[in-house]
Design a binder for this molecule. Structure first.
Ligand SMILES: CC(C)(COP(=O)(O)OP(=O)(O)OC[C@H]1O[C@@H](n2cnc3c(N)ncnc32)[C@H](O)[C@@H]1OP(=O)(O)O)[C@@H](O)C(=O)NCCC(=O)NCCS
Length: 169
């Protein structure tokens, strides 16, 4: 996989590293209270140190990508997966509000899906708030056959991982 992928939409995507704390902080800072709630499913005015540490604890079982604006390389979004079962990954995405609806989430999801597929995983889940129309719309656009289910009393989007990422479609 290329280290940095230039898109035609004014941003680049690269693999996230454990020392990417500043990128994590910048993306979090650029998300509104509502976006943070949609991302973490609870009101999240600040990133707890323990949560921040976990979000940077990257490995072959926890893979993340950062989107950066093409010019000044400002971090504008992060997409990740965590291995949650022999065949399954859980994904999460966060895009700064100023960049919503400009293809960043789609591109990040494509990278996450492709990496999970290359790692041999077959199923993807994402925990979502019931009013998260953006994530539901993105999943419908990128994950054919995605279904809404309740797991552990949480609303989840569930899909089989496509063999070709939506970013390449
Ligand atoms: C969900 C999120 C990542 C989408 O990122 P984005 O960069 O705005 O999405 P994109 O521009 O790539 O949109 C791709 C497609 O998703 C769908 N979509 C995106 N936003 C949507 C919205 N508000 N309503 C309905 N569909 C939407 C559309 O099909 C869109 O394609 P289109 O613009 O050609 O119609 C972003 O809204 C976000 O960070 N939200 C807060 C955090 C969050 O909800 N994370 C998900 C929890 S796992």
């Amino acid at each position: 996989m290329k280290e940095r992928v230039q898109t035609q939409s004014g941003f680049v995507v690269r693999r996230m590293r454990p020392d990417d704390g500043p990128a994590l902080d910048a993306v979090f800072a650029g998300m509104s209270d509502q976006s943070r709630y949609q991302r973490f499913l609870v009101p999240t005015p600040h990133l707890l140190t323990s949560v921040r540490r976990a979000l940077l604890d990257l490995s072959d079982r926890h893979v993340a990508f950062v989107a950066e604006s093409a010019g000044e390389r400002r971090p504008i979004g992060i997409g990740r997966y965590v291995v949650t079962g022999p065949d399954e990954v859980e994904i999460a995405l966060g895009v700064v509000d100023d960049w919503h609806r400009q293809g960043v989430g789609r591109e990040l999801l494509g990278h996450v899906v492709r990496a999970a597929t290359e790692a041999g995983k077959h199923d993807v889940v994402a925990a979502v708030a019931s009013d998260n129309h953006a994530m539901m719309g993105l999943a419908r656009a990128c994950l054919p056959g995605v279904q809404v289910a309740v797991r552990d009393r949480m609303l989840c989007l569930c899909a089989a991982l496509p063999s070709v990422s939506c970013a390449a479609a």
